[in-house]
Design a protein around this ligand. Sequence first.
Ligand code: AMX
Length: 431
Amino acid sequence: MATLKEVLAAKIPAERQRAKDFVKEHGAKVIDQVNVEQVYGGMRGISCLLCDTSSVPADKGLIVRGKPIADVANLLPEEIFWLLLTGELPDAAGLASLQADLAKRSAVPDYVWAVIDAMPADTHPMTLYNTAMLALQNTSVFHKRYNQGLRKDDYWDPTFEDCLDIIARAPVISAGIYRKRFNKGARIATAATGQASQDWAANYVRLLGISDTNGEFTKLMRLYMVLHCDHENGNVSAMATYTVNSALSDMYYSYTAGMNGLAGPLHGLANQEGLNWILEATTKFGGAPTHDQMRAHAAETLNAGKVIPGYGHGVLRVTDPRFECFYEFGKKHCPNDPVFKTVITVFETVPDVLMNIKKIKNPWPNVDAVSGSLLYHYGLTESIFYTVLFGVSRALGVCAQNVWARALGMPLVRPKSVTSEWLDAAVNAKA
Ligand code: AMX
């Protein structure tokens, strides 16, 4: 049986050589161009980042290492992490070794809890989560080994070590935050070393302390952790992580940089906002709204100059397949839940409303339009915690991306900015 690290290590030399040869042979070939609109438009659509862990074609949505997300949605998040990193799935022994390794690494030092305890009780869970993660920076293997003198070819190795520590500790930290922030009682102890009988997401459910008598919530959490794992490299959290890591800031600095971006309402916070927007409608109309009431609710939001959370996307131009996976789960397990029923009503009305607004490029739902309703159904009702769950899952993707970035020796990210004056001159020169 080969461990994840051994499988990965075996792949790196060939990939490194391939990248080197590719740049040598094709380095000067033009693959894309930049127009003025893109400079003013968040660099939308410029193909200029390498990411092999996943891709997001506008008409298909998330593809993980060549596999459409719906085809791998029933796998465990640890299997997906293995896939993201190696392009392969683990055998049973490999998976068990990864689960045992994660369990072994999951201890969180006491001082981290003291930091959390010192923060104001009403702090947003994302701030608590990021602070705790950043507080762990002094445990970074990369930081330590870099200071001792590390060859560039070896950067990936301590980055991998930090990534596994982050993934192992993320559920423990976030569950501890959940229990404290929402007065759920004392933190639940992690499994003793060597007793890792549970998978990563099932263990997370146990640590959160949410009752799951029929196992459905655990199924949902496994799915949740898979669906949010990665979304290529151009999104705010992945690109922020990648940019910071390119400066050889270790993964604690890098991952938390990305998570600060995930905390924005146009990105990961949309799952919190999405549920709240639906609950607002049910409160306003005294129950599950009718289609007409939902259209009125949408119009009111838009007229107030706000966005409809969970709808639209920077890249996608179809319904997000991650939405579809959750939607199927809801239809199977909680079709009569009033909040989930409202998600259905929104799906049946809002795209038409948005289609009538010319500037909106994608009227279809993204993952954040539905995820909250399912968590809510199983008793995880504190919507301000939802982005933390997203962040725990996203650790899988950004970790895999940056282990590979260091393995390939990707340099410091440093695009060129231009002044308005320069742009003016460039446009006039073309004219
Ligand atoms: N409701 C209202 N207006 C919307 C909208 C929505 N759901 N989606 C896009 N628009 C507006 C934009 O705000 C923009 O208006 P502006 O020109 O006045 O600023 C205009 O339509 C054009 O936007 P776009 O090109 O279609 O999208 P974008 O690439 O600029 O933005 C996104 C993408 C996701 C930020 C946007 O669709 C949005 O704000 N959606 C709601 C928030 C959301 O669901 N975010 C989660 C995305 C997925 C994720 O990261 N988790």
